[in-house]
Each structure stands twice: as C-alpha cells, then as structure tokens.
Design a protein around this ligand. Structure first.
Ligand SMILES: NC(=O)c1ccc[n+]([C@@H]2O[C@H](COP(=O)([O-])OP(=O)(O)OC[C@H]3O[C@@H](n4cnc5c(N)ncnc54)[C@H](O)[C@@H]3O)[C@@H](O)[C@H]2O)c1
Length: 335
C-alpha cells in the first residue's frame, strides 16, 4: 500500500500526503520544488512521520519514476505535479504543455508497464471553460479557455485511453477553488511564485503586504457584478483523494468527479467574509476582466457523494479561518 505522490510538497499535494498517511498508506513524495519551499517538508514530517520519503526530481523523468516504483513497491499514483496559472499559461504555453503533459505521459507509461492499479489525477474546473448551465456536472461539455485548461483536458484524455487499454483504474478529480490550510497551521498555501489565486491575495491585503485588492470585472451578469466561484477547503479535497484511491469503479476503467461544495460565492461576498474572519479591512479597486476569466462556476458534486461517499464538510468561514491562521503563523515565524 505505497502511493507515489507527485507534487506532494505543493499546496493540495501536501494536505493529501497527510490525509493518506492518516488513512494508513505509505507515501513517497516526488517534487522538483519548482513551486514549493523546502521547509514544507518539516511541516509534513511533523504531521506524518520523521522519515517520510521525499525525493527531489522531475515527474517527467522516467528513470526516476521507475526507480521509485520498484524500490518502494508503489501500487498507486496520485499526480499533482503541474504548472497551474491561467495567466502564465498564456504567456508561456509551451512550458505548460511540456511540464503538464510530459509528466503525465511518463507516469502513466510506467504505471501501465508495472501493472500499477490506481491512478488519481488532479484536474480542474477550468476544463469546463464558460459553462452555460449551472451547477456544472461532469457531463457539462469541456471547453477550456486557456492553455493551462487545455493541458488538463489532454492529460485526462491520455489517462482515460490508457486505462481502457490496461488493468489500471483512473480517477480524475476536477477541483473547483481550493482554499484553507491544515487545522494545525503547519502546512498551507505558500507558492514560490507571486500569489495569483484570490484568497492568498485577499489575505495579503489583510496582512498589509499589499495595499489593495484588484477585483477583475464588476460587470458580470451575477448578483453583485463580480465573478462567482465554488471555494472548497483543501482538507476536504485531500479527503477526496483518500476516497478516490479506494474507489471501486466496477466495470468502468476511468471516472471523472467534481470536487467542490456546490455553493457559489461572489468576489464581493468573499471579501466581506475575509474582513469578518481577519477583523481587517480589505480595500479594493475594480480592474478590467482578464483573458480566460470565467463569469460563474460552481459544482454539482452529487456523483462524488453517490459513488465515492465524499462530500465537502467545511464552510467558507472555516476555509478563511484556517487560511488566516496559517498565514499568521508563517508571519510569526518569519517564514
Ligand atoms: N490550486 C488550485 O487552484 C487548483 C485548482 C484545480 C486544479 N489544481 C491542480 O492541482 C494540482 C496541485 O495544485 P497546487 O495548487 O497544489 O499547486 P502547487 O504549485 O502548490 O503544487 C504543485 C507541485 O508540483 C511541483 N511540480 C511542478 N512540476 C513538477 C515536475 N515536473 N516534477 C515534480 N514536481 C513538479 C511543484 O514544485 C509544486 O510543489 C495541479 O495539478 C493543479 O493543476 C489546482
């Protein structure tokens, strides 16, 4: 019962490492630290085991994957490692195609050759593009609006086809908007790149790191004119991976699941909730919409509930409280 977790030093990956460890699995982390700080490992080891195996390397490098699978008797793979910024993917699309697709290809080739039974893949709600009907179900047509979204959909196709031709089960998890941190405050979202996701930017304003938030678009056809997203606690997402790795797909070789809360929150509602949790004002200014931005998206998660027994348990206030707790702890430690 050893799971190889690529990108396990990253935001969602690190929380999943902890959740799988708690569920009784041995885990091996592979990360190139292109978007993770090395001291994440201290937090991870404090929440799992002092001898947690963490290997620095590229998830596209077949000899490394082969060695790890053979040395540790890997029976499942959870693949997080990827570049994930929509704006950056417009500026540097080839890096996105190379990193996201090549890593998936290498991993699935080794998995198929070695008879590895379970493969769980981090996909994203960005594959739906601009959904016309809400909430978004797994049957909503995929129409990604960015190179990043296109890479995720390509990887889904590669994995689905590979599963159909082998004994491997593939579970594709389409996350909505991960927020929050581990309740201990020891791990959370600390990218090396400048934060671009909404909540870390909002928290940066609350902390005084930035003087105001830029709200991209106030002319959407929504209840207050700002975009709507489905925020989901990262610990709930991590639990979704535990459910996915144990999933019995029956006759099916692959299956797609939405992971969200099913609740849509506008940017203004998020700002108000963050001001309440932090007790700080969140000044903002309105800016133009960005390419690739989507008006509204929230999930129908009934399939994950029916088939995986999973549902998000934590609400927005909990997400923001845990995110703030982690940010304050980092600040206190001077990290
Ligand atoms: N955070 C989100 O908003 C979100 C939403 C939907 C889907 N996802 C997907 O979830 C996954 C994890 O996202 P995250 O927010 O934790 O991102 P992250 O950047 O925090 O984590 C990704 C990790 O992968 C590592 N990495 C990147 N390329 C690598 C490579 N070639 N080899 C080894 N390691 C590599 C990075 O160093 C980082 O630690 C990604 O696949 C992302 O596309 C994220």
């Amino acid at each position: 019962m050893t799971t190889l977790i690529t990108g396990g030093a990253g935001y969602v990956g690190s929380h999943t490492v902890v959740a799988l460890h708690v569920a009784g699995r041995d885990v091996v982390v592979l990360d190139d630290f292109s978007n993770a700080r090395r001291d994440v490992i201290d937090g991870l080891r404090s929440l799992t085991a002092p001898d947690l195996i963490v290997v620095e390397g590229d998830a596209a490098h077949r000899p490394t994957i082969e060695r790890l699978c053979d040395e540790h008797g890997v029976d499942s793979i959870v693949h997080f490692a990827a570049c994930k910024s929509v704006p950056e993917s417009f500026a540097d699309p080839l890096r996105y195609y190379r990193n996201n697709v090549a890593s998936t290809l290498s991993l699935v080739e080794v998995a198929a050759e070695r008879g590895i039974g379970q493969f769980v893949f981090s996909s994203s709600a960005v594959v739906y593009g601009r959904p016309e009907i809400l909430p978004v179900t797994e049957e909503t047509p995929a129409a990604p609006q960015s190179p990043y979204g296109a890479t995720k959909l390509m990887c889904e196709h590669i994995l689905t086809d590979a599963a159909a031709a082998s004994s491997m089960s593939v579970v594709i998890l389409r996350y909505f908007n991960p927020v929050g941190a581990h309740s201990s405050g020891r791990i959370g979202e600390r990218p090396l790149a400048v934060a671009q996701s909404l909540v870390p930017v909002v928290m940066g304003v609350a902390e005084g790191v930035a003087d105001r938030l830029r709200v991209f678009g106030q002319d959407y056809d929504t209840r207050d004119g700002t975009a709507i997203r489905d925020f989901v606690h990262v610990a709930d997402l991590a639990d979704g991976h535990v459910a996915a790795i144990d999933a019995d797909l029956g006759e099916q070789t692959s299956r797609i699941f939405n992971l969200g809360t099913g609740v849509g929150t506008t940017v203004f509602e998020l700002i108000a909730a963050a001001a309440k949790v932090t007790g700080r004002p969140i000044p903002y200014e309105i800016a133009d919409r960005r390419p690739g931005d989507i008006e509204a998206s929230w999930a129908d998660c009934s399939r994950a509930h029916a088939e995986l027994g999973w549902r998000a348990e934590r609400d927005l206030a909990q997400m923001l409280t845990d995110h703030w707790h982690f940010a304050q702890r980092c600040r206190h430690l001077g990290a």
